[in-house]
Design a protein around this ligand. Sequence first.
Ligand code: ADP
Ligand code: MG
Ligand code: MG
Length: 875
Amino acid sequence: MAKKWVYLFTEGNTEMKNLLGGKGANLAEMTNLGLPVPQGFTITTEACTQYYEDGEKINDEIMGQIMEYIEKMEEIAGKKFGDKENPLLVSVRSGARASMPGMMDTILNLGLNEEVVEVLAAKSSNPRWAWDCYRRFIQMFSDVVMEVGKKFFEELIDRVKKEKGITEDVDLTADDLKKLAYLFREEYKVKIGKDFPDDPKTQLMEAVKAVFRSWDNPRANVYRRDNDIPYSWGTAVNVQMMVFGNLGETSGTGVAFTRNPATGEKHLMGEFLMNAQGEDVVAGVRTPRKIDQLKEVMPEAYNKFVEICGKLEDHYRDMQDMEFTIEDTKLYMLQTRNGKRTAKAALTIACDLVDEGMISEEKAVKMIDPRNLDTLLHPQFDSEALKNTEPIGKALAASPGAACGKVVFNADDAKCWHEKGEKVILVRLETSPEDIEGMKAAQGILTVRGGMTSHAAVVARGMGTCCVSGCSEISMDEDNKTFTLAGKEFHEGDWLSLDGSTGKIYDGVLPTMDATIVGEFGRIMAWADKYRRLKVRTNADTPADAKKARELGAEGIGLCRTEHMFFEGDRIDAFREMICSDTVEEREAALEKILPVQQGDFEKLYEALEGNPVTIRFLDPPLHEFVPTDEEDIKKLADAQGKTVAQIKNIINSLHEFNPMMGHRGCRLTVTYPEIARMQTKAVIRAAINVQKAHEDWNVCPEIMIPLICDEKELKFVKNIVVETADAEIAAAGSNLKYEVGTMIEIPRAALMADDIAKDAEFFCFGTNDLTQMTYGFSRDDAGKFLNAYYNTKIFENDPFTKLDQIGVGKLMETAIKLGKSVRPDMHIGICGEHGGDPSSVEFCHKIGLDYVSCSPFRVPIAKLAAAQAALANK
Ligand code: ADP
Ligand code: MG
Ligand code: MG
């Protein structure tokens, strides 16, 4: 039997998201719930995948089923494509499994042609509406299907408006719109070289293909990468009977959330426009009205809508984001989905739903996107500074957070400036999907037009970027890159501060302060702690980082990169002397100066961690990274060591390596200079003994981690040096301190030989930055040069340095765990690469049985939540 590629809305349900996409599955679910949904059918995500497999073609079988379902739909509707009595008009809407708002394009009013429009005009005795639909259809079809830019049509609209001396679209008459429709058809012919297609079925198939193609447009690809959505999922296509919000003053269209998506507060929030269609509300062309006002304008439709909102929330047990249209006072539901929300709203809504008895704690933990929390962990404006500073403007608090940056006026500039290391605020009349990369590059976004559901607001909330929208007090001159607000003229490069939580705009730079985990955030984290198995440690190099990480809930340090301790103040001097020594004696003299400094730092680390485990990695990077480059510093170093400038330069030159990341670094430094490891061991052990003495109830057990091991003998050699030194220190102090020596697994050979290595290693920690680099054979620092080409050709969907390669690098990890534990069943194993804070990688770490992940301080809560979700998902 042939595969089923097409489903009526009556044949699906919300469980079928993978096949029908989110929009299709929910349209089916709403149909099942008996809600007023214009009927139609969904072409499956599998059909999209098949389309690509067939070389971007819709095969006969799929085509056949689509034609069959058009007939079924015509029957249900009692209307027919192209009919002279009762013509059927449809929308063609994309919908992937995960919602990708604004990423893909929708076509409305499909089925219209010169004849059909006349039929509609005559039958409805509303020619204005008929011609409005037609000109919109030509515009959307040309833009979405044929990629004729929107702007050509907008220019034509502006021209006609100017001729008539009007400013608003609603003031265009039937004749004006008719004229526009014909101008649009001409424009189409000029741009495409063919007549605008009049056959509804041809229109439909072209539109379906366009939706399939849109799955692969650059915007969608960027969005997928950012949101961890696989390319292989594909998008479904929904073909749905049109209902019309542009029939006149008793019709309208709107969008609404059952709870506030910015704050989480429990109240209906939304916007609508009368006599409007589809994207008008979101596009920011006309300023929409607040949903509450619908109560006065059309009480019946409003009450019905409120009732449906309640029904949907109860049914989905989550905040809903809905689209509706009122056609001549009758309400229709066009979409519902679990609404996107800010991190703050996500926490509030989850806690409220638990308190309302709607969901369990487990569900609350599951429904928060860990990536989203990032915004809450970053600084907010200092509350004192806020009190004492007058804002220069206020608009909608569209997406929370504190942002300071230099003003730029378009997305390209935002991207460029960002790449040069500048912080920017993107100021626009309104944003559109083309602006996405610029929005990503910006600290904050400020728009002149648009409401809470405008493109800028929705996208910014999704990205966790601060956004203030709809500041109509701004008088904007985009062409000359300047705007005026509160009497001040701002130019490109001027500093501006935005508070996305209040919608306030400040001149200049406002100071910020650190975030804390309290209130609802604390509640959710406590629930997460209850369900997770993985421990979460932090990568902290300095006592300050360690303290921050503890505040954010770190349960240990998984990686302390000791070399980072030398960047502060004049510490680098002694370190450079160490590097630029000619003899062991010289080196030891320099190390003597470093020892107390390191010991002091380690003591502070142990203090900050209050008896929790601390893993200290011994010196790792190639030494040339630390040598001075400017003449003055070289002279200073020469003087300190009683050498000539030429001698120092000689040493520096001798440190040059062709491939430093695979050169003289890691444990190789200890093999050549054992005295470095001796000094570091002394510092670690002495610090531990001191802190243990001061806090008898803590269990200070240093974990010494040897980097870049590839061979058992190599580890044995280094370990001997460490153990000899440590034991001597412990004996001398009359202490009974316990310590562990372990290794990083970051060279593929070490993973493959992990059973041998485990004989000497008391723990493993996967250094997945190096492990990824060495497994792929390309360096993280150079990958930027070709990754884009790899994305475009679909060789890679993700950056393997951001998202762990679970099948390749993951295979090495699983091998190492199995081999290691076969020799030493009780050894602890963790991960300390950047991946330790990436939610999907955390889930993998849970599954392969790691004991902990270690990540940067700001990612600790994210990793904890991801760990709890992994445990709940794999229960
Ligand atoms: P997006 O995913 O970008 O929101 P949609 O497919 O939801 O795109 O369509 C955008 C808008 O088009 C919707 O908000 C809705 O108002 C309008 N629309 C879609 N289908 C119909 C329809 N059958 N009748 C009337 N309006 C529709
Ligand atoms: Mg929609
Ligand atoms: Mg490494």
